[in-house]
Design a protein around this ligand. Structure first.
Ligand code: G6P
Length: 742
């Protein structure tokens, strides 16, 4: 109600202002109309008396005065005078004001050099008057002019009357408007409350039915989800397994990903099992450990062939053997064209805004097509039903979903793209953009880390493919098939199983400092990456340099440890990066070294997860400075490692993780001042603040862990599968009915 009163107040004010403006405009217009009217009347009066005026002009002043008196019978004409050209007053009515002299008026008329009448306004003590000076001629010569004086007091009177009327109109209007507003508000309120009451009691009008049905369905779904969430508890390996059994009846899953989770490598004559540095592996391995199934990947280790069975399979993890890896072998030429060439010199730079030019070669593309086919067939060989669940991973396999779909039309294919998906203009650079999109559209569901990447994908399909885009459900429809496009932000397992093998925070701090030859109270920052140009390693080291130059208190005290796993080393751009990073750390070390102190420790080799987690635990801060990154799981791993709720994450705003981990110090890695200030702020941050930030991020990562990521995708896939099975049955039953429309 107070709002309504305010509204009425504003309404009245607006009406008042409008009326004022209206009154002013009206007064001006009517005045100019009245004056034009007076001028016209004067000329008419003089024209009517023209003959009599000429006849008596000089000859008979009495008759001339009489004629002037006749003219003033018009109720508006107050007085009249006849003036000669020389300014003599030949005759006038008695009422003619003395203030006006014929001499002055005739001089004025002459100065104006006008042949027509001249009108002016003047103010007399008795009120305003209007003067019309109308020249008079006998057809050949000008005789003089007739001056008519009009009383304007009636005008003032009219204006007053108009103002009064307008005021009354304003009050009436304001009153009516307020009453109507009050009435409308009451009726609307009553209508809404009635509708709401009816809605709540289930009796609604036809207009509200669809809306309310949607609202009720949504509310029921949310309540149901909430109930399930509460009942099921936090997402864990066990819950993911239960989800698979409940929604997909315990079916196995088949993962297709180029990088295998366990690589058998011959080192010094012995076979060693390595865990590759790959965000994809970090995320997916726990998923497959939780569910049973097969991981189809490239057998890239030097001892991989020795360790598989006759069908190129091996049970993993060692000692646990809960799932299989099916290894696919690639020739050197295939690996060069498909992996190094098209995937990593073409698609990788295409998908990342990191200033590396994509290189597309026709030979590489041909290998990419053939290798996708080989892997897709390997997947089809691994399934044991005609409608399996296949999880296709990343940019190595854009064509595989379509090939799998051709062999297994009823398969549920979930494709997850681990890198960003660029905008449609950028995707347009790729000479085989249509083939890539068409390959991906063989999927049932395509997942990206963010909604932005989903939008970019849909726009790319819109730009280059024949299809219908259902923007309401974020689906792409091609003939009878739909592909859902959804964001599923990836995460890590919780708790991280490696932590069981990692020393406590205190012990890790001590060990790492002693390994690096640092003082016990040295401050440490860590960066952990593959040596990849998208990770912003050069910018990171430069930010350390900037920190030391702008914040001298950290010189001799702060060491940044960069663990850099060599990656894709056959590619020129990666070799160049390796050299530049090395040169830069030498340069920065030369600048700030003192005695034993070195500000940068660059450890360029493969590090096993237990080492990585020891460094996370030992550090004061972790700096993730990617120039562009789909998610970046290093950021989440650092948070998971810090069970002591200490340590600060400095995180690039260009990572998907920056959307989840908002309590990190978010920076633009290109802005060295900002980044170095963030590093300084991290090193100075009080324990209490570190604790608050870390607790909040740990809560988020533990809730939104990788089991939830996988679970959500599987539940969506299961729902889609149910719908497809149902519509398949409906189609089949239609076909079997004689004469049924198809
Ligand atoms: C990124 C990609 C993964 C890849 C990983 C390591 O995270 O999205 O697909 O496995 O880098 O790269 P690599 O070429 O060694 O597999």
């Amino acid at each position: 109600m107070p709002r309504l009163l305010k509204f009425i107040g504003v309404l009245l004010l607006a009406l008042g202002v409008l009326s004022g403006l209206g009154y002013w405009a009206l007064a001006r217009t009517t005045q100019s109309w009245f004056e034009a009217d007076l001028s016209l009347r004067s000329r008419l009066a003089v024209t009517a008396a023209h003959e009599s005026l000429i006849n008596h002009w000089r000859s008979d002043p009495t008759r001339l005065a009489q004629t002037l008196a006749d003219i003033t019978r018009d109720e508006r004409i107050m007085a009249a005078a006849a003036c000669s050209n020389k300014g003599e007053r030949l005759a006038s009515t008695q009422t003619f004001p003395l203030a006006f002299s014929c001499t002055g008026l005739m001089n004025e008329l002459q100065e104006r050099r006008t042949t027509g009448a001249w009108d002016t306004k003047s103010q007399l003590p008795a009120g305003a008057v209007h003067l019309s000076v109308i020249p008079l001629d006998d057809g050949t010569l000008r005789l003089g002019a007739v001056v008519l004086v009009h009383d304007l007091s009636f005008l003032e009177h009219r204006e007053e009357t108009a103002r009064d009327l307008l005021l009354i109109a304003f009050f009436v209007l304001a009153l009516v408007a307020s009453l109507v507003t009050l009435l409308a508000a009451r009726l609307a309120w009553r209508g809404w409350t009635l509708d709401l009451r009816r809605a709540l009691t289930g009796q609604v009008g036809p207009d509200f039915k669809p809306l309310l049905r949607d609202v009720r369905e949504l509310a029921a779904r949310l309540a149901d989800e909430r109930r399930q969430e509460v009942r099921a508890g936090a997402w864990s390996a066990a819950r993911l397994r239960a989800t698979l059994t409940e929604h997909l009846h315990g079916e196995r899953i088949v993962i297709l990903a180029n990088r295998e989770p366990y690589v058998h490598q011959r080192v010094d004559g012995e076979i060693r099992v390595l865990h590759p540095a790959s965000g994809l592996v970090t995320a997916l391995e726990p998923v497959l450990r939780a569910c049973s199934g097969v991981w189809v990947g490239h057998g890239s280790g030097s001892a991989d062939r020795e360790t598989v069975d006759a069908k190129d399979r091996i049970r993993v993890p060692p000692g646990e053997e809960s799932y299989s890896i099916r290894r696919v072998w690639l020739s050197e030429a295939e690996e060069q064209g498909y992996y190094y060439g098209f995937a990593n010199e073409g698609l990788w730079p295409l998908c990342h805004v990191a200033h590396a030019r994509p290189i597309f070669r026709a030979e590489d593309w041909q290998h990419y097509v053939n290798v996708n086919r080989r892997f897709a067939h390997a997947v089809c060989d691994e399934v044991d039903t005609d409608d399996p669940i296949v999880l296709v991973q990343d940019y190595h396999f854009a064509l595989a979903p379509k090939i799998i779909r051709e062999r297994l039309p009823r398969a549920t294919i979930i494709t997850f793209w681990h890198t960003p998906w660029p905008n449609s203009e950028r995707i347009g650079i790729c000479p085989w953009r249509e083939e890539l999109l068409s390959g991906l559209l063989g999927s049932s569901v395509i997942g990206f880390h963010t909604q932005q990447h989903c939008n970019n994908f849909i726009d790319s399909v819109d730009a280059f493919m024949e299809s219908r885009i259902d923007r309401e459900t974020n689906a792409i429809v091609q003939g009878p098939r739909r592909t859902l496009v959804r964001p599923y932000p990836i995460s890590i397992e919780w708790p991280v199983h490696w932590l069981a093998q990692v020393p406590s925070v205190e012990e890790s701090r001590r060990l790492v400092r002693s390994e690096l030859g640092l003082d016990a109270d040295a401050l440490i920052g860590v960066g952990i990456d593959r040596l990849d140009y998208t990770k912003g390693i050069e910018e990171r080291l430069s930010a350390v340099d900037e920190l030391l130059s702008r914040h001298p208190e950290f010189r001799g005290r702060f060491t940044f440890v960069q663990l850099a796993a060599p990656s894709r080393t056959k590619i020129a751009r990666y070799q160049e990066l390796n050299e530049r990073v090395e040169a830069l750390s030498i340069e920065i070390n030369a600048k700030w070294s003192k005695g034993r102190y070195r500000p940068i420790a660059l450890l360029r080799e493969h590090h096993e997860p237990t080492t990585v987690f020891r460094y996370y635990r030992a550090a004061e801060l972790c700096y993730v400075s990617s120039l562009h990154d789909g998610m970046n799981l290093v950021a989440k791993e650092f948070v998971a490692a810090r069970s002591d709720e200490r340590g600060v994450l400095v995180l690039s705003e260009f990572t998907g993780a920056a959307r989840d981990l908002t309590e990190a110090l978010i920076v633009n890695p290109y802005d060295l001042r900002e980044a170095s200030d963030a590093l300084a702020a991290a090193l100075r941050m009080p324990d209490v603040e570190q604790g608050e930030r870390m607790r909040s991020m740990r809560r988020l990562v533990s809730d939104f862990n990788v089991y939830r990521w996988a679970g959500r995708m599987l539940v969506d896939a299961a729902e889609l599968r149910r719908k497809e099975r149902l519509s398949g049955r409906i189609r089949d039953s239609r076909h079997s009915q004689p004469g049924a429309l198809t």
